[in-house]
Each structure stands twice: as C-alpha cells, then as structure tokens.
Design a protein around this ligand. Sequence first.
Ligand code: FES
Ligand SMILES: [Fe+2]
Length: 429
Amino acid sequence: MSDEYEGALAAHVMEALGAGTADLAGLARTLGEGGPPLPSGAPWTAGDLAAELARVAEVPPKTAVARSVTSDYDAERARRPARADASPAGDVEARTEFLLTYGLRNQWYVVAASAEVGDKPFGVKRLGEALVLWRDENGAVHAVEDRCPHRGAALSIGEVHEGQLTCAYHGVRVDPYAKVVAVPGLPGCPLEGKTLTRHYPVIEHYQAIWAYFGDARHQTPPPLELPEELVSPEWTGMLHHDTWNADYRYVIDNLCDPMHGPFLHGKTYTQSRGPRTDAVKVLEKDGSFEVFREGQRGVNLDWMEFVLAGSSTYARVEIPMPPNAGPGGIMGIIFYTTPVDEAHVLISVWRLRKVSGWQRDLWHFLFRARIRGFVDAVLAQDIVALGTMPPWPAQEHLYGHDAGLTRARKHFREAAKAQARELLLEPVS
Ligand code: FES
Ligand SMILES: [Fe+2]
C-alpha cells in the first residue's frame, strides 16, 4: 500500500479525531466525505474501516507471559566456572567507580532489539563488555563474550554453524555456553571441552532481548521482573531502540527530570502546554520513586516513576496525548537504559497505550504513519542536549528541580558500593 494513501488516511482520521469524532461509524462517515477512497473503491463503512485499520496496523504479537520470567539457565550452566568481568582489580572504591561508570552488575539489561539478531553473529558492546549474539536453528537467542578463546579474535566476524559460533581466524567453534566444542585444525587438542570465556543468560520478550550481567558471585540469574505494560494484553506498543552519544548517567538524570519538558521540548507536539515554573517533588514508594511537578498532572511531561528494585532498572513516563492521537488516554513509556561505554548509551523505549480491538489497530497505524515522527522529534531534542554534556563527572550546580536525579544517583552509588563490598570483602560461602 502506498505511503501516499496511508498518509492521507492518517491525516484525515487525525483531523476527524481532533474535531471530536471518536467512534468507528463517525470516522467512516467523515472518510466518505473527502477522505481517500478505499483501495477497492467501495464506500467507507464502519466494518470496512475496522478491516482496513487491521490491515495497515502492523501490531506486534505479545505472547502472554508472567511478570516474572526465568531464563533457560539450566543446571549445566550453573556448573560452569564463573568468569570475571573486565573490572579493575583492587579496592572497593575502584570497583564502585567501575560499576557507576559501566553499570551495576547482577541485573538484566536490554542488549538488542529482537529484529537485530538473526542467524549471523551480531557483535555489540554493553556495560563495557563485548558480546556476540546469534540465533540457533530453532530461533533461540544466545550470547557469549565476543572473544575467541584461542587467541582473542572477535567471534562476531565468524559464522554460525549448527547453532554454534565458528571463529573466522582458525575455525575454533564454541557452543551457546562458550564451551569449545571443536578445534578443526588440531582435533583432540586440550582446548576442546573447556569453557574459557563468558556466556550470558538471555531472555527474549516483546521485541527485545535482555542479557544478565552477573559478577563472579552471582552467576545464576534471578528472574527478570517485567513491567506490567510489557506483559498485560491490555497494553500495546512498539519498541524504539537507539544508541546515543552520552554517558548513560545523563540519560538516567533526564528520566528523573520533568522540568526539562517545558524548556527543551516546549515547542513540540504535546509539550507546549502548562506553566514553565513549578516545584518538583520526589515520592518514595516500595521499590521505586516518583518524580513529579507539584503544580500539574496530566498536562505535559509532568510525572515519571523510576523503578529500581528487582533485577532490572527502568523508568515509566506518562505522556498526555491530544484528541487527534485517538482513544487510549496517556501514552505510557517504558524506558530502559543500558550503558555501552563511557560515551555511549543504548536506549530501549516502548511507547504504549491501553487499547484493544479496532482502537488498538488505530493506535498502531497512526503511530507508524504520523505520531512516531512527532515523538521521535522530542527524543531528538534530548539527543542534542545530552550530546553536549561534558564527560563524567558532571560539571554542574544543581537546584531544587534536580531532586529526582539526586535521588537516582544516591541509589546507584549505594547499590554500586554494596556490590563492590560484597564482591571484594565478604568471605566466599
Ligand atoms: S583466534 Fe579464533 S580460532 Fe584462533
Ligand atoms: Fe526529554
């Protein structure tokens, strides 16, 4: 179907929604009065419109899963020797700084979009570590360290054979647990059967792949606790996945900072409304904290929640949507942040609404045809601003509106210190 037809359909429907028409029959009627004709040439009816929306919507499947997902980490993996990550040896302070710079361990992080990983090796850097991901013949995703156990060539330049990775340099093959299963140049050599590099437990769910980064004391992953929006059939949305040129800590700060909305985003789709002067409050909850504007709610970027308990960390943001974006109330955002290195961060953002039936199809169609462009333009402003920030440590003079990011930084520092102390000081049980 032509972009021109879809563009005209979306524009017409958004105009009707903006004028107050919100039911299927009313939308079909307005399409009959000057909208693009149905491809079949038939007159628009409510049934035809529902069928047309279903056809153009591209709704991603959401297989029902529990909020808490356990990886296929099995007994064999648990017996593997733990491999140390690339952290500086030494004292608690150095380890704490390492964790703050490259990301807390013993957590699940989004490492790739499902669509990025196929049957060819896919190399990425996450938390300062090089990983290679691939799918086996059953479609299951695996991840190991992107370093050949022989002499260190990147496995991501190799090939996948029978679900296993073959190094390009001398053909050494490793399995999904990073065990050397073949040395074709010298069969029977002592490398065979050894596990000399890291493997990462992975979970794939709703357009994304998470990997678990355990330290030497926490190789067995806890269940991945997913936000309700990514599990409940009531919510539906699309993943936006990108790498930004910024220290990940600036993104965390940004997610705890509602008062940048009316300034940085003040001229965009939804964010020009409301006063630009307000107070910021932080509300402690069980396993999360909320950051919000005291003087308004549901107007703009005025409320966010940072979830930091459990086995992963993410933010939840509510974006009020104008009538021309259709039914469904606020757009919910689930925002995962994955450190790449000191200067890059992977962001994984779901934009979701609570809609079903034809309204779900309408949301996906309008989002793809028009609304994604608007909301991506908002993120583009964040990219520009964060890209100008100095390398960490931040150079800053905080004021009252920075209460949210101050709270987040406290959490990360305390958690990093606790992980460092446990790793380095507590006796091995
Ligand atoms: S470096 Fe990979 S097989 Fe030699
Ligand atoms: Fe922003």
